[in-house]
Design a binder for this molecule. Structure first.
Ligand code: GLA
Length: 421
C-alpha cells in the first residue's frame, strides 16, 4: 500500500506537493526530498521467492518523502494523500492498525535498528503516485524511500542491495506479506532506460538496455482483489512443499531454482497435480527469463514476445494467479497491431498487465486496447506508456552513489563482478 494518486501527477508536482505539505505540518524547517519508484516486471513472475530470476523495470511513478531529522527519537509522519498523521517512538515501534499505511515506514525503522543501525527521529511527509493495489509495488516504493532517507540523513553504511533486503524484511516480518526481493531491489537499483536482471539467490544483477523503438505499456485492469495476500502466501507454501517432496530424489536442491525441466519431468508422478503445475510454472519461468535476456541483448524481440505469451499462459493455467480481466487485457493487447508481447505483471488476481509495443504505433495502440478492453469487460482501464526510470535517489541532488561493480551497468551486491546470463 502507498499513497493514492490521480495517476497523472508529474514528478515536479509531486515534489511541490511534498514540500508544501511539509511546510504546513512542520513550519520553519527545511526538508530534504527523496524518491523511490514503482515497477513493472517484464518477465519472471513468482520466481523471486524460489531463488530464481526476475527482469523488472523501475517506472516513472513514485513515492516521495520530504524529511528532516529531529533531536529526539520521535517520528512524526504525515501522509499528504491520506490526510492523516502517524507518530511513533523509535524506542518502541509497534504496528498502527488504524493507519496501516504507516506500517511500511515503521517496519523499515525497526528492521534497520535490528541490523544494528542507530536512527534519528524524523519529521516527514509522504506523497506518491503509484496506484495502490495495482501490482506496481507501491508498498516497496514507500519502504525504499524511507530506508533511503534514513540512510542519507543518518549516514548509515549500507549499500543498495542491503537496503533492499532490509525493506523486504520490513514487509515480510513487520507487515506480514511474505514477499520476495524483486520489488524492493528494483526500487533501489533501477536505472533509466534499462531492465534489471536479478538472480534472487545471489543478488547478482545486470542492467539490460531496453532497445530503442520499444514502448513499455502499463495496462491497469482497474480490478483490485482482496485475495492477493493469502493466495500469495499459499503459493509460497506450495513451492516449499514441492521442494520438500522433490528432495527425496534430489537431496541437493534448496529451492525450485535448482530443479530443471528434465528433472521435473522425471519425477512428475511423485507430485500431486497442483504442486506439479506450480513447479512447472516456476521452473519454466526461470528458463524464460534467461532466454528473454538473450533475446533483448540480441535485439530479437520476436522471441521475447513469445516468451511473454508463454509466461502469461503459465501464470493463468499452472500457477492460477491471473483473473478474467487480466486475461481479457492480455488477449486484447495480443490482438492489437504493434504488440511485441503482453502478460500479467506482479502478484496477480487483478492489477496490471505489461505490454511491449512498437513505439511508432504506441498512441493508436493505447486507444485500441482501451476500447477493446472496455468493450469486453465494461470497465474503463488506465493505459499508459511508462518511462524506464532510475531507482531511489535524492531529488534535486540526484547524485547516484558510485557503482558497486567494476563496470557501470552490472554488479554483485556490494562486491565486484558482472552477472553472467
Ligand atoms: C509481488 C511480490 C514480489 C513477487 C511478485 C510476483 O509483487 O512482492 O516479491 O513475488 O509479487 O512475481
Amino acid at each position: 500500500m502507498a499513497e493514492p494518486g490521480s495517476g497523472t501527477t508529474t514528478n515536479e508536482t509531486l515534489s511541490a506537493r511534498a514540500l508544501r505539505a511539509f511546510g504546513e505540518h512542520f513550519p520553519g524547517r527545511e526538508a530534504r526530498l527523496f524518491r523511490a519508484p514503482g515497477r513493472v516486471n517484464l518477465i519472471g513472475e513468482h520466481t523471486d521467492y524460489n531463488d530464481g530470476f526476475v527482469l523488472p523495470v523501475a517506472i516513472d511513478r513514485q513515492a516521495m518523502l520530504a524529511a528532516r531529522t529531529r533531536p529526539d527519537s520521535m517520528v512524526h509522519l504525515w501522509s499528504e494523500s491520506y490526510a492523516q498523521g502517524s507518530t511513533f517512538d523509535l524506542n518502541d515501534i509497534t504496528s498502527d492498525q488504524e493507519r496501516p499505511w504507516s506500517n511500511y515506514v515503521r517496519g523499515v525503522a525497526l528492521m534497520l535498528q535490528q541490523e544494528g543501525f542507530t536512527l534519528r527521529g524524523l519529521d516527514c511527509v509522504l506523497v506518491g503516485d503509484v496506484p495502490i493495489g495495482a501490482g506496481l509495488s507501491s508498498s516497496a516504493a514507500v519502504e525504499v524511500v524511507a530506508a533511503y532517507a534514513w540512510r542519507a540523513l543518518c549516514g548509515l553504511k549500507l549499500d543498495d542491495p542491503q537496503l533492499a533486503l532490509v525493506c523486504q524484511q520490513a514487509e515480510s516480518r513487520f507487515v506480514g506479506v511474505k514477499c520476495g526481493i524483486m520489488d524492493q531491489f528494483i526500487a533501489a537499483l533501477g536505472r533509466a532506460g534499462h531492465a534489471l536482471l536479478v538472480d534472487c539467490r545471489t543478488l547478482d544483477y545486470g542492467r539490460i538496455p531496453i532497445p530503442a523503438g520499444i514502448a513499455v505499456m502499463v495496462c491497469d485492469t482497474k480490478v483490485r482483489r482482496g485475495l492477493v495476500e493469502s493466495e500469495y502466501n499459499r503459493r509460497r507454501q506450495e513451492c516449499e512443499s514441492a521442494v520438500h517432496m522433490l528432495r527425496r530424489h534430489l537431496p541437493e536442491i534448496k529451492a525450485l531454482r535448482d530443479v530443471t525441466s528434465g528433472q521435473l519431468q522425471r519425477y512428475r508422478d511423485e507430485l500431486p497435480d497442483t504442486i506439479l503445475r506450480r513447479c512447472r510454472h516456476v521452473v519454466g519461468e526461470n528458463e524464460r527469463v534467461l532466454r528473454a535476456v538473450t533475446s533483448l541483448r540480441s535485439g530479437d524481440v520476436g522471441v521475447l514476445g513469445d516468451l511473454m505469451r508463454q509466461s502469461h499462459d503459465s501464470l493463468r493455467d499452472d500457477y492460477e494467479v491471473s483473473c478474467s480481466e487480466l486475461n481479457a487485457m492480455v488477449e486484447t493487447a495480443e490482438a492489437t497491431p504493434g504488440t511485441i508481447g503482453a502478460r500479467m505483471t506482479g502478484a496477480g488476481f487483478g492489477g496490471c498487465a505489461v505490454g511491449l509495443v512498437e513505439q511508432a504505433v504506441a498512441a493508436d495502440w493505447m486507444e485500441a486496447v482501451r476500447v477493446g478492453y472496455r468493450t469486453r469487460t465494461g470497465l474503463e482501464p488506465d493505459i499508459y506508456a511508462c518511462r524506464p526510470s532510475d531507482g531511489a535517489g535524492e531529488v534535486e541532488n540526484c547524485q547516484r552513489p558510485p557503482a558497486y561493480s567494476g563496470g557501470d551497468s552490472s554488479g554483485r551486491g556490494a562486491a565486484t563482478g558482472a552477472m553472467c546470463a
